[in-house]
Design a protein around this ligand. Sequence first.
Ligand code: Z5A
Ligand code: MG
Length: 223
Amino acid sequence: MEGRKLNCSMEGNINESRGALVVLEGLDRSGKSSQCTRLVSYLEGQGINAELLRFPDRTTSVGQMISAYLTNTSQLDDHTIHLLFSANRWEKRSLMETKLKSGTTLIVDRYSYSGVAFSSAKGLNFEWCKAPEIGLLAPDLVAYLDISPEKAAERGGYGDERYEKLEFQKKVAQSYKVLHDHSWKVVDACQPIEDVEKQLQEMVLDCVTECRKGRPLSPLWSI
Ligand code: Z5A
Ligand code: MG
């Protein structure tokens, strides 16, 4: 029922110009945050309204619970933290829709794919992990920054947060492989930072142009 309601409200938008929903995904240290910041500056320089969003958004009360878990200040059941990550996206969903419809392009640092990749890497059922994400906004572009776990670990080393361990990152990489589909754009994240940036700029500009023509918003993983 909820899925149908979301569909209807989105269909009203057919042929209306809007911003693009662009998601960057990849292993830890693949360069997502660096590239998201650069992309927003680039788009603004092109006269395109753009904003950066990141998940987890640690500023909300849900985000603070997530942050406490990631920094090992609190312990939570694997299912519980998975649902909190998802709730953290749901609490931004309507704001994201409003911004997109008002013409702002959103550059998003991690999204539902991180949620499924990390939780399923712990052994949670894959479909169970996807379920709470159903009905969030589907990205117009998913750019995957591709780097091996070993190469990523060489980049300044991992910190003290939960998940920042090579063995676990190898499992996350496997989960991303299962999630990956033909619509994702895979970028070699081992290239110099400026080369990655250039490739991303081109694909994001194409995507912004498409969305300006009025590509309708759609729900993620609808059933
Ligand atoms: N998580 C989850 O479990 N479920 C969820 O639903 C979500 C997340 C959304 C926190 O995420 C954790 O939450 C994360 C997943 C889990 N697990 N871990 N670990 P986070 O996004 O807050 O993590 P982060 O620490 O901010 O970001 P990151 O992923 O670790 O790094 P990154 O953003 O991909 O990379 P970066 O910060 O841009 O760059 C890393 C370093 O590499 C830096 O020194 C750069 O200067 C350097 N760099 C970047 N690009 C290059 C190139 N091309 N060449 C050389 N060096 C480079
Ligand atoms: Mg980051």
